[in-house]
Design a protein around this ligand. Structure first.
Ligand SMILES: [Zn+2]
Length: 415
């Protein structure tokens, strides 16, 4: 609605996303913690939040800040048809991934990442962190395509890029030069630390990587313990190395899946150690439940997944990501944060009406990606919303709802 220069909407907003400085006393709240509010803005910034009468609540729609995808692989999205992995196992996924590298061109990478970003925009995402395969001969051209897109999309979607390489790569001369380039462009250093691992070799590579990242002020995001064996082997090694290092860079552990297989007392101890070192965690339930635990045909209670609740309770910032989309690692997905929330609800028992159930998709994901705005709605915050055709969480999560995107204070038509 438009009132001269001021625009406003009457909507439902999750209580946990309303900034603490805003007095909305007396606001009607649904059983799912949704507050009925009239939100006003001008020139892209929120100027007012007012309570509205209870009678209108049932006809209002659910409004969220545009959401965040903290862990994706845009360079290989939509390659399932070219290199399918019908067995759904990790090793075959990796082999298919290498096969796909042989046919990579800058045009192909550009096309699929562009398709991914269009979907992300349409579905209500404002920032994406993508790991980028940065080994082999196709690395340069992959980066070229993604850096072009990062520039082209910056007003609508912030694209963060992480160089995904074997850990020892960072000890090489090329590794040093890539890290220097990343630090200049706001990129991050990545790597894989999964068992079976040569513990001493991995320790030395990790030590080197942390030192280099710290010197350059470059953040780190590792694929770690994406495995059903040797629970938390990678995380424990990382903690040992951090105990001996002086670092002040942001460190994120993606997956941390096998930590969930440890006994509870060990989970708690390790969660405390991660919190002490300010290590963030990104849980990736879809790919973990699809790829891991196949050999032993594990029952659901033995499936590896980061212990989100215990990590949060220890003070670790935890986000949830979608990971692979329609590639050999995962045949489904579509850069839809609402579908991801719906699927995470049974897999990880995350309920969006609980503050800690919603944070991994909103405020914690924003903090982990060090975004300018944490996603809370208050006077002065950006008008950057996804408005769902749903008037309750249950409705929103039952079937992926239609939605309208508002960015920079304007309604966005599909790009
Ligand atoms: Zn990944």
């Amino acid at each position: 609605m438009n009132d001269g220069e001021n625009k406003y909407l009457e909507v439902l907003i999750p209580r946990g996303l309303i900034g603490s400085g805003n007095a909305v006393f007396g606001t009607p709240i649904t059983v799912e913690g949704l507050c009925s509010l009239r939100i006003g803005w001008r020139e892209g910034l929120i100027t007012s939040l007012e309570t509205i009468p209870k009678e209108s609540a049932s006809s209002l729609k659910l409004l969220l800040p545009r959401l965040v995808e903290p862990h994706a692989h845009l360079d290989k999205a939509f390659t399932w048809r070219e290199v399918p992995n019908l067995k759904g196992r990790y090793q075959e996924a990796f082999e298919a991934n290498l096969q796909e590298h042989k046919n990579r061109t800058p045009h192909l990478v550009y096309e699929r990442a562009q398709r991914a970003l269009k979907l992300a925009l349409k579905n209500g995402i404002r920032a994406v962190r993508s790991h980028v395969d940065s080994f082999g001969t196709s690395s340069e051209l992959t980066w070229e395509a993604l850096l072009t897109l990062q520039d082209e999309w910056h007003s609508l979607i912030e694209l963060q890029l992480v160089a995904l390489v074997p850990l020892e790569f960072w000890t090489s001369k090329q590794g040093h030069s890539l890290a220097t380039r990343l630090a200049k462009s706001g990129g991050l250093m990545g790597g894989v630390l999964n068992p079976p691992m040569d513990r001493e070799g991995s320790r030395s590579s990790l030590m080197h990587m942390l030192k280099l990242a710290n010197e350059l002020g470059c953040g780190i995001d590792l694929h770690i313990d994406e495995s059903e064996t040797q629970p938390a082997e990678g995380l424990n090694l990382l903690i040992e190395v951090l105990d001996q290092s002086e670092t002040n860079i942001p460190i994120t552990c993606s997956h941390a899946s096998s930590m969930g297989l440890l006994p509870l007392n060990k989970i708690r101890r390790l969660a405390d150690r991660l919190a002490q070192h300010s290590v963030n965690v990104i849980a990736l339930p879809l790919t973990n439940f699809w790829l891991l635990g196949r050999e032993a045909r594990r029952t659901p209670v033995q499936r590896p997944l980061a212990p989100i609740f215990h990590l949060q309770r220890a003070g670790v910032t935890v986000a949830v990501g979608g990971d692979n989309v329609q590639d050999p690692w995962f045949p489904a997905g579509g850069f839809d944060p609402i579908s991801l929330m719906a699927l995470s609800m049974p897999l990880a028992q995350l309920a969006p009406w609980d503050r800690l159930g919603l944070a991994p998709f909103t405020t914690s994901a924003s903090a982990l990606m060090d975004l300018e705005w944490d996603g809370t709605i208050q006077i002065g915050s950006p008008v950057d919303f996804v408005l769902l055709e749903a008037s309750s969480w249950s409705e929103a999560l039952s079937t992926p709802p239609l939605r309208t995107i508002i960015a920079n204070g304007e309604w966005i038509d599909e790009k």
